[in-house]
Ligand binder design. Structure first.
Ligand code: HEC
Length: 325
């Protein structure tokens, strides 16, 4: 029996369409131009792509430095040698990435060299967390502007789509309810640090969906948290938003829904860009202007859980009925 996959194609006769294609009449020089053009297009598109990717990684590192350094150093004293080591590593790595970026662009396009250098030396001298956060933010904002990085998804992801991706890819380590207690943690390599507990405000108060999106895109070096670049960008955003909902109960989100209306929470606090780039701590600070401690907390529950639950993935029949209208 002939194997349809491995049988060599001996002639165009078996493919009438190809036989009719006037390939034989095209001068050979014109044909040669095609691979060259392809190469030029490839170079034109990959150079900016490499720079963009490096810039995104750099932004991710700066986000980490800016928000996690306070767990490493307080008042000039090291709180956790592991955390501090990680921060030093991140600062060094950010300089390496910057050097690569500068090589590709032949310039310091975002004007961040001095901030990055001073960031690394301030980390070394155990500077105040406020100084580090400020330097990291300055460099991050400049990179985002210079490389047109969009730190939020095109539209607000739905709760259901995020849950599906989380249960399939993340729950094995982080646990179905997000407590960091999935069965896969036993066989992780390396064994420490443990998977983040997404229900612990202390642990994730500084986490924004953008930071979670970056963790899923690039992984976290030196830990078992791998890169999930095989998921599409949209899927990584969906799961990043979902993670931030795990802390909040359905009841809190419901009472938040009412409060957001009665307290007239401004729409700019509810945009997808605000929600993606702010951590829970940052949002809570803003919400405190509109209610007392527990009210602000319930409004946060609405913004993290209620909002995404309202979004539905379109069912085929809605699409069909839309098409009929
Ligand atoms: C093999 C186990 C494993 C899997 C699977 C896994 N993670 Fe992680 N994850 C970890 C570990 C370990 C850490 C802790 C890293 C650290 O503390 O620096 C972590 C940390 C994180 C953080 C960082 C939280 C912070 O404070 O910055 C995020 C966000 C995260 N994971 C998201 C995900 C998402 C999303 C998925 C699924 C797409 C996923 N993880 C799948 C092991 C895992």
């Amino acid at each position: 029996m002939s194997d349809p996959v491995n049988t060599p194609i001996r002639s165009f006769k078996r493919f009438p369409i190809l036989r009719r294609w006037p390939i034989g009449h095209v001068p050979i020089t014109k044909l040669n131009i095609v691979p060259w053009l392809a190469l030029v297009v490839l170079l034109l598109t990959t150079y900016p792509a490499i720079a963009q990717d490096n810039a995104k990684r750099l932004v991710a590192l700066l986000d980490y430095l800016g928000s996690d350094y306070k767990n490493a150093v307080q008042g000039g004293k090291i709180l956790s040698p592991d955390e501090y080591g990680e921060m030093q590593e991140f600062a060094k790595r950010s300089l390496d990435l910057f050097t690569q970026l500068k090589e590709v662009d032949k310039a310091d396009k975002a004007g961040v060299e001095s901030s990055l250098k001073s960031l690394a030396s301030q980390v070394d001298s155990k500077a105040d967390p406020k100084v580090i956060a400020e330097l990291a933010k300055t460099a991050k904002d400049k990179l985002i502007a210079a490389y047109n990085i969009v730190p939020y998804p095109r539209r607000l992801p739905s709760f259901a789509s995020g849950k599906k991706i989380y249960d399939e890819n993340c729950a094995q380590c982080h646990g179905v309810s997000g407590k960091g207690d999935g069965p896969g943690r036993e066989s992780m390599n390396p064994k420490t640090p443990p998977p983040a507990n997404f229900t612990d405000p202390e642990r994730i108060g500084g986490l924004s969906p953008f930071k979670a999106f970056n963790a899923a895109s690039f992984g976290i070096e030196g830990t078992a948290m791998a890169s999930f670049a095989a998921l599409s960008e949209e899927q990584r955003w969906q799961v990043a938003f979902y993670i931030l909902s795990l802390r909040f109960s359905e009841d809190a989100a419901k009472s938040g829904t009412q409060l957001v209306k009665t307290k007239k929470l401004p729409p700019e606090l509810q945009t997808v860009a605000t929600l993606a780039t702010n951590s829970d701590e940052q949002l809570l600070e803003k919400l405190k202007a509109f209610g007392n401690g527990s009210e602000a907390m319930d409004m946060l529950a609405y913004l993290r859980r209620g909002v995404t639950k309202k979004r539905r993935t379109k069912k085929p029949w809605t699409l069909i009925s839309m098409a009929m209208i």
